[in-house]
Design a protein around this ligand. Structure first.
Ligand code: ATP
Ligand code: MG
Length: 428
C-alpha cells in the first residue's frame, strides 16, 4: 500500500495507510479515539474493544501525543466525525516517540508564551495555527514572484557580504572576510540599482541584516525583503506597481488559503489604494490632533491612517528629503530641495514599504552624500556605476515578515518568521 494524505482519505473508501502525528487521544473504555494529523488535515481514527486487535487497542491509549505513527485502517462514513468520515484502525505502529512531558503546550488553545514557544519552535510548528501563518507566507512570496515574473521582471540574487554600508548609518553586522573587513548586507539597494540600469526590471526576495539594538514588535535583526527596481521609472510608476502586486498577493491568499484564514479567524479584503502627499497627511493629522514627525510619520499617525482609510494601502509621497536616505532623488533634481521623490506605504496601521525614485546623476549623488555627512570616497564604486549610461530609475522594498505580520494582524513580528533573529535570540 502507498501513503494516503489525510485530505485525500476523505475522498476514499476502503483501506488507507496514513502517516502523521498523534494530536489527541480519548478513551471511552469500549471505544477509543485518536486524532491523527498530517500536513493536509486531521482524521479521527477509531478502535473498538470488541473488534480491534488487542495490542493496537492498547497502543491507542498508551501512545504519547505528538508521536509519529503509521495507521492502516478502513475509511468509514460517520455522522459524528469531523468531516463526516473516520478511519477504523486495523494496524498501528509508532515510528517516532515524542517524549513526555512536552516542553510547550501544542494544543489548539496553547497558553505557552511566545519566547518559550520560540525556544521550541520545531515543536511549535506542529500546531495548525503556526503552520497556517507559514502556509500563507508561502503564498505571499509565491504571488510576489509570480506577479513580477509574468510582467517580465528578472529575478536576481544580490551578495549577502558587502564591503561597505549600502544605506549610510552604522547599523551593520561586521564579518571577517579573509584579511579584509566586511559586513552582512543591510539591503540589496546598490545592486538592484545597478541592475535596473542594465536589465531594466528586476525583483528579488532576499535576506538582509540590521544590527539595530532596538527590541520592538516590528523589527528583526534578520529579515527578508521583497524588492523591485525599474529603469526609466519614477516614484509614481513604482507605487502603482506596488498597488498592483499587493492587491494580487491578497487575492491569492484569499483564494488559496481559505482553510488557513479560517484557522486564524481572519477575514481579508483586497485593499484599495490611496495616494497622499506627506503635507496632506500632516494636515490631516493636525486636524485630528495626532502627532506627526517633521520628516517621518509617527506610529500614531500610521494607526490613524488605518482608522481613516481602512483596508487601504496609503502611499505617502513627496516625502521631506531630510527623512530619506542619500540615494533618494530630490524633487526636481535639486540637491537642496525640501521634498523628495521618496515614499512610504502604510497598510493596516504600519509601514510595509519604503521606496522612490533614485539619484542616477553622479554629481547630484555626491552632493547628497555630503549633505548626509557621508564621504563620497567611501561610495566611489557605487557613484561611478552611474557614469556609463544609467537611466533614471526607482523601486521599493516590502519586508516579507512585516507584510505577513500586518496582513494577519499578528501582534509580534516574531510570529511571522520561523526562526527569528533578534537582540537576544540566535537559536534555534
Ligand atoms: P521602520 O521605519 O519600520 O523601522 P525602515 O524604514 O528602517 O523600517 P526600510 O529600510 O525602509 O526600513 O526597509 C524596507 C522595508 O523592510 C520596511 O518597510 C519593512 O517592511 C521592512 N523592514 C525594515 N527593517 C526591518 C526590520 N528590522 N525587521 C523587519 N522588517 C524590516
Ligand atoms: Mg522605511
Amino acid at each position: 500500500m502507498e501513503r494516503t494524505y489525510i485530505k485525500d482519505a476523505f475522498e476514499k473508501t476502503g483501506k488507507v495507510e496514513l502517516y502523521g502525528w498523534v494530536h489527541d487521544t480519548r478513551d471511552l473504555s469500549k471505544i477509543r479515539f485518536l486524532v491523527l494529523k498530517d500536513i493536509s488535515g486531521r482524521m479521527q481514527c477509531v478502535g473498538i474493544k470488541s473488534e480491534t486487535k488487542a495490542e493496537v487497542f492498547k497502543l491507542m491509549n498508551s501512545v504519547n501525543r505528538e508521536s509519529v505513527v503509521k495507521i492502516i485502517g478502513e475509511v468509514k462514513e460517520s455522522k459524528q466525525a469531523p468531516g463526516g468520515k473516520e478511519v477504523l484502525i486495523e494496524e498501528m505502529e509508532v515510528l517516532a516517540n515524542a517524549e513526555q512531558p512536552l516542553p510547550i503546550d501544542v494544543s489548539d488553545h496553547s497558553k505557552t508564551e511566545l519566547p518559550k514557544r520560540l525556544d521550541y519552535r520545531f515543536l511549535d510548528l506542529h500546531r495548525d495555527k503556526i503552520q497556517a501563518i507559514f502556509k500563507i507566507q508561502s503564498t505571499i512570496s509565491m504571488a510576489f514572484r509570480e506577479h513580477f515574473i509574468k510582467k517580465g521582471f528578472i529575478e536576481f540574487q544580490p551578495p549577502s557580504i558587502i564591503s561597505s554600508s549600502s544605506e549610510g548609518g552604522t547599523e551593520l553586522f561586521p564579518a571577517k572576510y579573509f584579511e579584509k573587513s566586511a559586513y552582512l548586507a543591510q539591503s540589496p539597494q546598490l545592486y538592484k540599482q545597478m541592475l535596473a540600469c542594465s536589465m531594466e526590471k528586476v525583483m528579488t526576495i532576499t535576506p538582509v541584516w540590521r544590527a539595530e539594538k532596538h527590541n520592538t514588535v516590528r523589527h528583526l535583526n534578520e529579515c527578508r525583503q521583497m524588492d523591485i527596481e525599474m529603469g526609466f521609472a519614477d516614484a509614481k510608476i513604482v507605487m502603482k506597481q506596488m498597488e498592483e502586486v499587493v492587491k494580487y498577493i491578497v487575492e491569492q491568499v484569499i483564494e488559496n488559503n481559505k482553510k488557513e484564514l479560517e484557522i486564524l479567524d481572519i477575514k481579508l479584503k483586497v485593499p484599495e489604494a490611496k495616494y497622499l502627499t506627506f503635507e496632506e497627511v500632516s494636515k490631516l493629522m493636525r486636524k485630528y490632533k495626532v502627532k506627526v514627525g517633521k520628516d517621518d510619520l509617527t506610529g500614531e499617525a500610521e494607526k490613524k491612517l488605518d482608522e481613516l482609510f481602512p483596508d487601504t494601502i496609503v502611499f505617502v509621497h513627496d516625502w521631506p528629503l531630510s527623512g530619506k536616505p542619500f540615494y533618494i532623488m530630490p524633487k526636481d533634481e535639486k540637491a537642496d530641495a525640501e521634498l523628495s521623490e521618496g515614499f512610504d506605504a502604510i497598510y493596516k496601521g504600519m509601514e510595509i514599504s519604503s521606496g522612490g525614485q533614485r539619484i542616477h546623476l553622479p554629481e547630484l549623488l555626491e552632493k547628497r552624500l555630503k549633505a548626509k555627512g557621508l564621504n563620497p570616497k567611501d561610495f566611489k564604486d557605487y557613484v561611478d556605476s552611474f557614469r556609463f549610461g544609467a537611466p533614471k530609475h526607482g523601486g521599493w522594498s516590502i519586508g516579507l515578515e512585516r507584510f505577513t505580520q500586518v496582513l494577519l494582524g499578528l501582534e509580534n513580528i516574531r510570529e511571522a518568521v520561523m526562526f527569528p533573529r533578534d537582540r537576544d535570540r540566535l537559536t534555534p
